[in-house]
Design a protein around this ligand. Structure first.
Ligand code: PMP
Length: 347
């Protein structure tokens, strides 16, 4: 809102009508300006390597995740290829991997106990949705790893290294909150994987909205331009905002006595901010000390969350959104403060 004039995008009705953007590029529907904006932002933040990589744009990283599964499983000899993730995992992976009943891949759930021989895909989400932990692969038997780095930005977590994995997913949704634009990108090392991902998106949606790409370009460029100017940097703003929300949530949890638990996160040196920081995840992994159905308890109090069971975990945990509108967050804190003893809850 403070820099609103600088993020206005005007698109004349006669512009960007074609399916195509750049037919010389592997990702022929990627606008060149967006590719440049993505590279510039990663360079400035230092969170991921873009050199010697193909950028594949998608309708959100959700589409890219499915494109990557299609690509890796099509190129694999073993089918269906197992897909695993350490619990608690982002519940959408399970839904997306299962609903198509594909013969190419199969959701196998918890990575820590996965013991089928042969190739597999492991999803590594870091920081993790839903519990904010910093993650590494756990299977380590030479399978393919997809790094979902949706939250690897300095307002959420210290940037401790420049990620340089073979297949990394990012999204416009979680940087400054533009989930509605539905823009995500994959940084892909292997051209064959990139081509297969492009094939998937070609068949699935014949490319990605040009209007969304243009808007994302303007906003990403603005984030890059201002990221070192303390008073204008979105990352400074976002960091202060989410830090203060976490501090207040911890205060409220403390006030409710022994009722709830929250994870603690270690500090680490952030190369972007140049100081030691903690992680302030976009979701709070709220637990309940007694055995309980915490999602149901909170729903009774008009707080909507996602139950831990959907993330392969326990019903005594829920995932709470920390990055919604101010009023929603204030109301959530207020409602949480009024729950003192979940054992009094009668279904
Ligand atoms: N990965 C993770 C870990 C997410 O949390 C989300 C959004 N909740 C996505 C992917 C999907 O993001 P997009 O809006 O880009 O489809």
């Amino acid at each position: 809102m403070k820099i609103k004039e600088r993020c206005v995008v005007v698109i004349p009705g006669w512009e960007l009508m074609s399916y195509f953007s750049d037919t010389t590029n592997v990702c022929w529907f990627l606008q060149q300006d967006l590719a440049e904006a993505i590279k510039a932002l990663h360079r400035e933040i230092g969170n991921a390597a873009t050199e010697e990589r193909y950028i594949v744009v998608g309708t959100g990283s959700s589409q890219l995740c499915q494109a990557a599964w299609f690509a890796l499983s099509s190129l694999s000899e073993a089918k269906p290829l197992s897909i695993v993730a350490a619990v608690p995992y982002y519940s959408t992976y399970e839904e997306q991997a299962s609903y198509v009943q594909s013969q190419l891949y199969k959701w196998e759930g918890e990575a820590r106990t996965f013991n089928k021989p042969g190739p597999y895909i492991e999803m590594v989400t870091s920081p993790n949705n839903p519990d904010g932990t910093i993650r590494e692969p756990v299977v380590n038997r030479g399978g393919k790893v997809i790094y979902d780095l949706a939250y690897y930005w300095p307002h959420y977590t210290p940037i401790t290294r420049r990620q340089d994995q073979d297949l990394m997913l990012f999204t416009f949704s979680k940087i400054a909150g533009h989930a509605g634009s539905r823009i995500g990108w994959a940084l892909v090392k292997d051209i064959e994987v990139a081509k297969k991902m492009v094939q998937y998106i070609t068949i699935n949606s014949i490319g990605v909205s040009k209007e969304s790409q243009i808007r994302a370009t303007t906003i990403l460029n603005e984030l890059t331009k201002t990221c070192r100017i303390k008073s204008e940097s979105f990352f400074e703003y976002g960091y202060e905002k989410i830090k203060s929300r976490w501090e207040r949530l911890r205060w409220v949890v403390d006030k409710t006595g022994d009722t709830f638990t929250l994870p603690n996160y270690p500090q680490a040196f952030c190369n972007f901010f140049g100081k030691n920081n903690s992680t302030f995840p976009a979701f709070a992994w709220l637990g309940c000390k007694e055995e309980n159905d915490l999602e149901r308890l909170l729903k009774e109090k008009k707080v909507l969350t996602r139950g831990g069971d959907r993330c392969g975990s326990d019903k005594k945990y829920v995932r709470v959104n920390m990055i919604g509108p101010n009023e929603d967050f204030e109301e959530f804190l207020h409602r949480l403060l009024t729950i003192r003893n979940p054992n009094c809850f009668e279904p």
